[in-house]
Design a protein around this ligand. Structure first.
Ligand code: 8YV
Length: 324
């Protein structure tokens, strides 16, 4: 029987699909990250790896060249050395599409929560500070008719843009390396340069992958070019913004607020100054965390494993060049 090692407990539908295909599923059940040595050792007896979050680097791949397939339980693959896997002939699969709506919902939630200081206001109640009413206190800003700037208009960015246009009539501008013409037609989105995106966005929401090109892109120089009334949202990867620069930009009023589902590093320290700022909302990387989405992700990951173990092309390959 073929065997897949799974680095965390995954939702039942994915596990069942694997078991129904006659694959032995071995899950890492401890609530701590595996070390690289443990991952190599656990994979030594496996034919495939279903990977939730563990780094898949060159050293691991070299030690695990026998693997027929590696399926990620994520759409992002910045934790994977894809080129090294391709060199070794190992197909890598991810879970595109199924988490777009849930992740965009999280961006929308953070936008609204930030604009009304909701997380901070909740904390004032817990601290017994809900007292004297002041017409000039606790004021947020409205979103109707404002401009949404999307950095990385792909599937997730498009869902966020549709929600913002539908709910608040927001105008949508975006910056991508190349234009997304179907999205332009669908929601009347307008391509702008990176500088224009910074200068014109009232809400700037990040939906791009973490790459060498996007790492640290939102730094002091970028925040300084944004509107003092603007809100920065990141539900993609913490490495795309510079956290110290973000904190300073908020303290100095270069931007108005920030909503983060991703931080750098993760988890964020519980005493991080950003957590006590009124105009900041932080969530612990729950973008795709709905029952429906996580079930769907587990199914796509299982489909990638099954295809890979059958010697077939993965339905959702990250490195299709491996088949050349
Ligand atoms: C995952 C994500 O929950 O898919 C991604 O890229 O960031 C999240 O959906 C996370 O990567 C853990 O697998």
């Amino acid at each position: 029987m073929k065997r897949v090692f799974v680095t965390r407990v995954i939702p039942e539908p994915g596990r069942k699909l694997l078991e129904d295909a006659g694959i032995t599923v071995v899950e890492w059940k401890e609530k701590r990250k595996l070390s690289k040595e443990e991952l190599i050792s656990c994979c030594s007896q496996a034919d495939a790896l279903l990977c939730v979050s563990s780094p898949v680097d060159q050293e691991f791949l070299q030690a695990s060249k026998h693997l027929k397939v590696i399926a990620l339980h994520s759409v992002g693959y910045d934790h994977v050395d894809v080129a090294a896997a391709t060199d070794l002939g190992i197909p890598i699969g991810n879970t595109p599409g199924v988490l777009s709506a849930a992740t965009a919902d999280t961006a929308f939630l953070l936008m609204l929560a930030t604009s009304r200081k909701a997380f901070y206001m909740h904390k004032t109640i817990l601290k017994g500070e809900w007292g004297f009413f002041e017409p000039t206190a606790n004021l947020g800003i409205e979103l109707r008719g404002k401009t949404l700037g999307i950095f990385g208009l792909g599937k997730i960015g498009l869902e966020m843009a549709k929600a913002c246009a539908g709910a608040f009539g927001m105008k949508v501008i975006y910056h991508n390396r190349s234009r997304n013409e179907p999205a332009e037609k669908l929601i009347n989105a307008q391509w702008v340069s990176f500088d224009e995106l910074l200068a014109e966005s009232d809400v700037l929401s990040v939906h791009t992958a973490l790459t060498t090109e996007t790492a640290g892109r939102f730094n002091t120089a970028a925040f300084a070019r944004m509107k003092p009334s603007s809100i920065f949202i990141n539900t993609a990867r913490g490495g795309i913004h510079h956290e110290g620069d973000l904190q300073r930009a908020l303290e100095e009023g270069q931007i108005w607020g920030a909503g983060l589902d991703v931080t750098n590093p993760e988890p964020m320290m519980s005493d991080h100054p950003l957590l006590n700022m009124p105009n900041v909302a932080v969530l612990p990387h729950i973008g795709s965390a709905t029952v429906e989405t996580r079930n769907a992700m587990s199914i796509l990951a299982a489909q990638n494993i099954i295809a890979g173990l059958n010697g077939e092309r993965l339905p959702y390959p990250v490195n299709p060049e491996v088949y050349r």
